[in-house]
Design a protein around this ligand. Sequence first.
Ligand code: CA
Length: 221
Amino acid sequence: MSRKTIAVDDRLYEYLLSVSLREPQILGRLRNETASHRAAGMQISPEQGQFMQLLVRLAGVRRALEVGVFTGYSSLAVALALPADGYLLACDVNPEYTAIARRYWAEAGVADRIELVLAPAIDTLDARLAAGEEASYDFAFIDADKAGYPAYYERALRLLRPGGLIAVDNTLWDGAVADAADQSGDTQAIRRFNETLRIDERVDLSLVPIGDGLTLARKRG
Ligand code: CA
């Protein structure tokens, strides 16, 4: 029964949520507000948010970074799992979406843990490296433009301490990565990224089929 990962249909997914989801009320409200948004599909699923909170607590994360904030669900989930003196560097370019995020961070009382930088994430991460922040982060979440994944990943890897964890979203891309007929730019970018990580000896690796596929890469010492 356990030779491969179980296929989760709607009924089983509802069951999974019913017995395991512990979504804080504020995250539920943010999810509902974002659901009416034209780009609602960019939000991570609630059980993935909870899984990331578990990872953050498990790894004792104090300093985290995120590339791709959107309306702030993942950043709020991560910030809530950080200690009171924790820090999250949030990188995005969209003032409209992140205004929603800011409102919820403030309401949740974690705004002081989150620094939002509205600029191309490559520039922000390069500036942090230039400022001597190499190997000073414990956790990175990458969930932005797919063509940019390799560049974000390389910078995140340098910013992480040995033993730190990178989580990369959408690595199963709604199944399109396994559909040879799909040659769209984003699909090819994710395929190439996945194939690169497969042989990247700098990390321990697992592609977890939660949400739209979440690749975990732990920086080796
Ligand atoms: Ca995503």
